[in-house]
Design a protein around this ligand. Structure first.
Ligand code: FAD
Length: 408
């Protein structure tokens, strides 16, 4: 194949790639992916749409939390023995970004992406959770910490409420501890991430998907871009690099180093529950999240810095995650066969300052990056895609959105 006639080539068919293809309706798009989509990170994640996650992950207090987690046995944040040396440079940069000024610079753009996405997802008409997300605090000082969290959300202008403790066990009989403090995040909800991906994939009838093809080279000229797939060369006026945790491999081909590292997380899906929880929930102290999907419960946890191709599943982590969840949710006993829980891992593309990179590379107006979404790729995909489409079509970009440039 050569000179495939597409207006835009998108590298990466995860949630960001398919959302970009969908937002470019009316234009022809070729989405190239090295594997099948299941190889990426977008299929069996927690499926939380979290407007509340508008503050970048690199924020004041995160270094202390990270160190405590590293010291704890089975902490949610971990360093894999497979972590490449570049991971240490990433850690140093992450540490230096955990400042209030980083949060102030990046939060407005992230909030606008997330809000735009949440309303985009709702407009698709796919099933969403019937209740908003609850953030649950169980440990020491839970009441104060919940109040502090609710105040922080209100400062950001996010619709939030503290739930009367009396009403918590009435609304969620499967929650076990009695002294819970709950913040209701009213703009947040749950979806099935695979269904969202499938819906966006078929939105643009001029989008073509080329799977099992790896982009091995990119040449950018002032007018167009050439993309090499082994011995085959494709050209198009514009390329979008949406390759998740693999994005630095591609920008490096253009001489640009982007600080993105793979942060592996796990999910399991408990099937056939007689009674399910009602709200998608974030357990702030136990560091895991749940999302009811029909009569199944998706449980997800862990942030382990590693290599992008590390999809290994440690059964010990699955057992630990289940045991943690069982301390707060009334679940059946761990099944004998872990396979019945459909264990899954994905690698979040984590940027060193905790915000995604969206926009053209400096001096290469036809090469647009959309990556580094870390924990919020599913939540912010449609907003990201709308922003990418405006860059490509010459639409207006706000100052807050400009702050997300990959040239920062
Ligand atoms: C356990 C877990 C739970 C999560 N929960 C949530 C959540 O509740 N809410 C939320 O918003 N986010 C969540 N996330 C984060 C979310 O999954 C990611 O941010 C998102 O999937 C990233 O999407 P992506 O399209 O950038 O990358 P991916 O889905 O990884 O897609 C990138 C694609 O690029 C392809 N590719 C790479 N290199 C090349 C190449 N050279 N040529 C061609 N193709 C290439 C890959 O094959 C891959 O398919 C979670 C992540 C994990 C791991």
């Amino acid at each position: 194949m050569s000179n495939f006639d597409a207006d835009v080539i998108v590298v990466g068919g995860g949630i960001i790639g398919v959302a970009v293809a969908a937002a470019l309706r009316g234009q022809s798009v070729l989405v190239v992916d090295s594997g099948s989509p299941e190889f990426g990170t977008s299929s069996a994640n927690a499926g939380h749409i979290v407007v509340s996650h508008a503050t970048p992950f690199a924020a004041p207090g995160m270094v202390g939390q990270g160190i405590r987690s590293l010291l704890a046995r089975d902490g949610a944040f971990a360093l894999s023995p497979r972590l490449p040396l570049s991971g240490l440079t990433w850690l140093a940069r992450f540490t230096s970004h955990c400042t209030s000024s980083n949060a102030e610079t990046l939060t407005p753009g992230m909030l606008s992406l997330l809000r735009n996405s949440a309303s985009g997802v709702r407009s698709l008409g796919i099933p969403t959770s019937s209740h908003p997300i609850w953030e649950v605090f169980t440990g020491h000082g839970s009441q104060d910490r919940a109040t502090h969290e609710a105040d922080h959300m209100r400062d950001l202008g996010i619709d939030t409420a503290l739930i009367d403790p009396e009403l918590v066990s009435e609304a969620e009989p499967l929650l076990l501890p009695r002294n819970l403090s709950v913040v209701e995040l009213r703009e947040d909800f749950g979806v099935d991430p695979q269904l969202l991906w499938e819906t966006l994939k078929v939105t643009n009838d001029q989008a073509t998907f080329l799977t099992n093809h790896t982009v091995s080279g990119i040449d950018a000229s002032p007018d167009s871009v050439r993309v090499h797939l082994g011995s085959t060369t494709l050209s198009a006026p514009t390329i979008v690099i949406a390759a998740g945790a693999w994005t630095p491999n591609l920008t490096r081909l253009l001489g640009v180093s982007l600080p993105i590292i793979a942060a592996k997380g796990y999910s399991i899906t408990v099937p056939d529950l007689e009674t399910n929880v009602q709200h998608p929930m974030i357990f702030a102290d136990e560091k895991f999240v749940v999302n009811p999907l029909g009569n199944s419960l998706r449980i997800s946890s862990r942030f382990e810095l590693t290599r992008a191709n590390d999809r290994s599943i440690d059964p010990q982590q699955i057992r630990h995650m289940y045991a943690q969840a069982k301390t707060v949710v009334d679940l059946p006993n761990l099944p004998q066969s872990l396979e019945s829980l459909a264990p899954w891992t994905g690698v979040r593309p984590a940027s060193a300052d905790g915000a995604p990179f969206i926009g053209p590379l400096r001096g290469m107006p036809h090469v647009v990056v959309a990556s580094g979404h870390g924990m919020i790729g599913t939540s912010s995909a449609m907003g990201t895609a709308d922003l990418v489409a405006r860059y490509i079509r010459g639409g207006s970009i706000t100052t807050a959105e400009l702050a997300l440039t990959p040239n920062r």
